[in-house]
Design a binder for this molecule. Structure first.
Ligand SMILES: Cc1cc2nc3c(=O)[nH]c(=O)nc-3n(C[C@H](O)[C@H](O)[C@H](O)COP(=O)(O)OP(=O)(O)OC[C@H]3O[C@@H](n4cnc5c(N)ncnc54)[C@H](O)[C@@H]3O)c2cc1C
Length: 372
């Protein structure tokens, strides 16, 4: 297991460290870095070898994701969003869909995206309005999706639409839609608080013809596809938050030892030590809960959903706390562009919102402990 961590670190040192600022701040080198990471197996670490994956456990894959995220949030988010598409197909797709798309996705030859949210349907996906009606051998999709990570970059979208608009959650189906399908267009691009080169945009669907065999699982059971995929996606998101904290702590320790005030390094001051201790505690407790959630997946535990929400809530909230303390340790420089911790603080906020807000995670946790 240590091998995957060592290997990930070696790859990140070579491929990402020298280009980090260019990737994060100027949007350079992203396609070529993705393609090299794809060749090396980073897109399908936990998927079986028969589908082009590396065949590691989810726990091992998560350890690798934590390291990758400590080097780059943009690339790690692109791969995370991509994996939501691969996971939907892997968990619920027919053999034909798996054979056709999974190996390509796991080798990074196709980039995936997962499109559930709509302008008026975020936390309540049962109210989506995009429709899909069967016409002969094709479903015809119409509607507008929002906030799609990888929109425009992806060549394969997993899109959720209502096959029975009269029903709520029970009227949703999931489809594989190829990026070059006629009638599919990338709409409004969001300008975000952080991650300027992570693509996030609307998708506009006008009479998009999707072969009926591209239905993932059964008609009207798409809500389950989304929820089961997101259970795993939330653990991946939490791993991203852990990587971010690891980086913020590393930068803070280095700065606290270097920066002198009052004739001594600020690391000599107990208040700074207290901040560092708090950061380390939040980092390590988050890591443990994220790996616990991953082990729930590896052991097919019925508690997977509960632990995935606990990990998402705790690790992403901790990432905001840790990066806030990091900027405080940097004093005025923590507020200045070009200092890594300033960027990390803004990036951390995203993790509390995506893949179900932290309020929704608390609802899931509460529902789990109150049931029965
Ligand atoms: C950077 C980024 C990337 C994203 N990538 C994707 C993607 O790839 N695919 C995709 O489908 N979506 C994506 N999203 C969308 C994301 O999943 C939604 O933004 C999120 O689910 C929240 O939905 P919303 O923005 O509509 O907020 P709303 O649902 O309108 O929520 C507003 C506030 O109300 C709270 N709230 C809502 N309902 C309840 C409730 N029942 N109880 C208590 N509080 C509640 C929320 O927690 C929040 O605080 C992305 C978003 C961002 C910012």
């Amino acid at each position: 297991m240590e091998k995957i961590e060592e290997l990930t670190r070696e790859v990140c040192e070579e491929l990402i460290r020298p280009k980090e600022k260019d990737i994060e701040e100027n949007g350079l080198y992203i396609p070529e870095t993705l393609s090299k990471l794809g060749e090396l197996g980073f897109f399908g670490v936990s998927f079986p070898r028969e589908y082009g994956g590396v065949g590691l456990t989810f726990e091992e894959a998560l350890k690798s994701s934590i390291i990758l995220s400590s080097y780059t949030s943009t690339i790690s988010m692109i791969i995370g969003a991509h994996q939501l598409a691969s996971l939907s197909i892997f968990l619920f797709g027919s053999d034909t869909l798996k054979q056709k798309y999974l190996s390509q996705l796991n080798k990074g030859r196709l980039i995936g995206a997962f499109s559930l949210t709509e302008p008026h349907a975020g936390s309540d996906p049962s109210s989506i309005k995009t429709t899909a009606f069967l016409n002969g051998d094709y479903y015809i999709l119409n509607g507008t999706k929002a906030f799609v990570t990888n929109a425009g970059l992806a060549n394969l979208y997993v899109i959720f639409a209502k096959t029975n608009p009269e029903s709520g959650a029970r009227g949703i189906s999931a489809f594989v839609v190829e990026g070059d399908s006629e009638g599919l267009a990338v709409g409004h691009k969001e300008e975000k608080m952080a991650l300027p080169y992570l693509p996030n945009a609307a998708l506009v669907l006008k009479d998009v013809k999707v072969p009926k065999e591209n239905l993932i699982g059964r008609a009207n059971l798409g809500f389950i596809v989304a929820m089961k995929t997101l259970e795993l996606g939330r653990i991946l998101t939490s791993a991203g938050a852990v990587g971010l904290m690891e980086r913020a702590l590393h930068e803070s320790i280095k700065y606290a030892k270097e920066r002198t005030q009052g004739g001594q390094p600020i690391s000599n001051y107990q208040i700074i030590q207290s901040y560092l201790a708090e950061m380390k505690t939040l980092l390590e407790t988050s890591r443990e809960i994220v790996l616990t959630a991953a082990r729930k997946k590896d052991s097919n535990s019925p508690d997977l959903g509960l632990y995935s929400s606990i990990a998402k809530y705790y690790a992403t909230k901790s990432a905001v706390d840790v990066t806030r303390l990091a900027t405080q340790i940097f004093g005025g420089y923590g507020y200045v562009k070009g200092y890594t911790v300033e960027r990390l603080y803004r990036e951390a906020k995203m993790y509390e919102i995506v893949e179900g807000t932290n309020e929704i995670q608390k609802l899931i946790i509460a529902n789990n402990i109150l049931k029965g």
